[in-house]
Design a binder for this molecule. Structure first.
Ligand code: KIV
Length: 265
């Protein structure tokens, strides 16, 4: 049966009908395939791949070249889900032409849009949109600016911060972003942004008063290997399951149990 791909228009329609949108990150074909089968609406090839799959302490070392390899696998696995490519550190910040060129590299692989962190270099973000590439904003905690922030902070704990964060959301809406991610934010501020802008806002650690949720796949599966933010809900302990399976395999090879007749030509 032909699958109808989920589109940016469908995201807006879901918002109008008050239907929560479900997002997840993925960095490879096998997980994207399963997420797609489940009916997850959209998949982010996040630069969190740096933490989750490359073992980096931050997302800052992740390059365009890295992102494009992981994106290829996800696009192959997602038949219905909308795939968004995450613009890594310095892929859009240096100049408008560079930003458009790099966003275009994602688009050529078959994603439906790109995500950018923050509203720094806004002219470059505008250039991507003006080139006809759908852009998702990302405000609140922006891990690409970790060294300027000094730590991973929750946004909006101080009321003084609210004005600039709400303004960032309206700027993104005004320049034509199709949606915004709100990361690690007090729920009252997320609600204020949700009520203020007409484009969909999706939360990751921003409470319930948003148009949908996104989580990092490794957090959901129990493959986070250490740091676990408060909002991250683990639905299965895959590390334990994989550990047990590999231990069993190792034991069977050592004892000569594997391969048996069933697994031999
Ligand atoms: O890279 C990523 O996975 C993200 C999410 C935190 C939204 O940007």
């Amino acid at each position: 049966m032909e699958v109808k791909p989920f589109t940016i228009r469908d995201l807006q329609k879901k918002k109008e009908k008050n239907e929560p949108v479900v997002g997840i990150t993925s960095y490879n074909y096998s997980i994207a395939r399963i997420a797609d089968k489940v009916g997850v609406d959209w998949i982010l090839v996040g630069d969190s791949v740096g933490n989750c799959e490359m073992g980096y302490a931050t997302t800052i070392p992740v390059t365009m070249e890295d992102m494009l390899v992981f994106t290829k696998g996800v696009v192959s696995g997602a038949k219905r889900a909308l795939v968004i490519g995450d613009m890594p550190f310095l892929s859009f910040q240096t100049s408008p032409p560079k930003a458009v060129e790099n966003a275009g590299k994602f688009m050529r692989l078959g994603v439906s849009g790109v995500k950018v962190e923050g509203i720094r270099c806004i002219e470059n973000i505008k250039a991507i949109i003006n080139a006809g590439i759908p852009v998702m904003g990302h405000i609140g905690l922006n891990p690409q600016y970790y060294f300027q922030m000094g730590s991973y902070m929750v946004s909006g704990r101080k009321k003084l911060e609210w004005k600039s964060i709400v303004e960032a959301a309206t700027i993104l809406e005004d320049i034509g972003a199709f949606s915004i991610i709100l990361e690690a934010m007090v729920p009252e501020l997320a609600k204020k942004i949700h009520d203020k802008v007409s484009i969909p806002v999706y939360g990751i650690g921003a409470g319930r008063d948003v148009d949908g949720q996104i989580l990092i796949i490794n957090d959901v599966l129990g493959l986070d290997f250490g740091f676990k933010p408060k909002f991250a809900k683990q639905y299965v302990d895959l590390e334990k399951i994989i550990y047990e399976a590999l231990s069993k395999y190792k034991k069977e090879v050592i004892k000569g149990i594997y391969p048996d007749i069933e697994h031999t030509y």
